[in-house]
Design a protein. Structure first.
Length: 389
């Protein structure tokens, strides 16, 4: 019996049909066997309609939102996210720029030039990287420099003087399926927009702007909610693989059916979608590994900072102990000096009493009277300093 998605899209094949084609083709068979069992099941669920497609897989996203084929689709979601009417003028090549510190290439996902001259980069990240702010800033800086170099080159070709007025805004738009932890601190918010402004209020045109979209947080907030507007519809389209939700989306916004139809039509080419799926798994593995490395580095850095803090606390305590020891030694020295002086005066008084023919008891009373000494201590001093003939 056809499932809900097969009823909507008859081109979706059955599990038996797909498995038969895989078994009859050595290349497909070997590729399928190279996957983990859960990956095999995920592939079959997606392409038989048992589960929907989460569109943040890079290949799927570009099939349905390719700005060269269907610019109006990307224009529609960008207009909602940027909160202004957007028209795509051209699609820019995905140039790779080497980042020296990382020894890797920074390659944009989809880069388009808008009608007002601004540039937008659309990124899809299934597993959000660590340090999302820093990474987005690097993407934006690279985008700005590409535009700067291109405008200088075009000015030179046209024989006109380059002007910084020719440089337009750059938008970095990132969709997360699994958001970095930083976004968990903003309760109830799943779309974050950023533009640079001065605290003085001066309207200085600063060009780098960002939009972060957290699909996982959106679904946590809207677990049982209806689709209330077109923005909700797009987030549902990009993030859900629940056939019931997909059908509900199509009932409310029938024009999404064309997007799904394009995807499932492309999926009729089993070799193409298997190669695409394998590439997505490789990207996911690489990104997951990088995320783990970033997390470990962050944890190591955090532990290092904690150790530095503890070392500073220990150093402070050591300094306090040294200070107490110094004060104690000072007091000890003072006490020793006082004892030496006491013995010197006591010796002198005892010898004076002896020369005057006084008895030991009388010498003790003299020490008590003149020195304010305890009788027992006075007796000890007399015993110590009374010389016997």
């Amino acid at each position: 019996m056809a499932n809900k998605l097969q009823q909507r899209f008859p081109m979706i094949r059955s599990r038996e049909q797909i498995l038969l084609e895989i078994q009859e083709n050595e290349h497909l068979r070997n590729e399928f066997r190279a996957w983990e069992p859960e990956q095999q099941e995920l592939f079959l669920d997606i392409f038989t309609g048992a589960a929907g497609v989460k569109m943040l897989y890079d290949g799927y996203f570009k099939i349905v939102l390719d700005p060269e084929v269907h610019p109006e689709r990307l224009e529609r979601i960008l207009s909602l996210l940027l909160q202004q009417q957007v028209k795509i003028l051209t699609v820019l090549p995905n140039e790779g720029v080497k980042i020296a510190d990382e020894g890797s290439l920074l390659i944009m996902d989809i880069v388009v030039r808008l009608a007002d001259g601004s540039i937008a980069n659309v990124e899809c990240q299934k597993n959000g990287y660590a340090f999302p702010g820093q990474r987005a800033a690097c993407y934006s800086a690279d985008l700005l420099m590409r535009q700067y170099r291109r405008e200088k080159k075009e000015s030179a070709k046209a024989g006109r003087k380059f002007s910084y007025r020719d440089i337009k805004s750059v938008y970095t738009i990132i969709f997360y399926e699994k958001s970095p932890s930083e976004f968990r601190n903003s309760s109830g918010c799943y779309i974050h927009r950023s533009g640079q402004v001065l605290d003085s209020g001066i309207p200085l045109e600063l060009l780098q702007k960002f939009v972060f979209v957290n699909l996982d947080i959106y679904f946590e907030i809207h677990q049982n909610s209806n689709i209330e507007n077109e923005m909700d519809a797009w987030l549902m389209f990009l993030g859900t693989d629940d056939p019931d939700r997909i059908v509900s989306l199509l009932d409310q916004y029938p024009w999404f059916e064309n997007l799904y139809r394009d995807l499932y039509t492309a999926c009729c080419n089993t070799e193409k979608v298997m190669d695409m799926f394998s590439e997505e798994l490789r990207i996911l593995d690489r990104n997951t590994a990088q995320y783990m490395i970033d997390e470990m580095e962050a944890e190591i850095r955090k532990q290092g900072e904690q150790l530095k803090e503890k070392d500073a606390q220990i150093e402070e305590k050591d300094a306090q102990i040294e200070e107490r020891d110094a004060k104690l030694q000072e007091k000890t020295n003072q006490l020793e000096s006082q004892n030496l002086m006491l013995e010197k005066v006591s010796r002198s008084l005892v010898e004076e009493c002896r020369e005057q023919g006084k008895s030991r008891a009388e010498a003790g009373r003299v020490l008590c009277d003149r020195m304010g000494m305890d009788p027992d201590l006075a007796g000890e001093m007399v015993q110590k300093f009374w010389r016997n003939d």
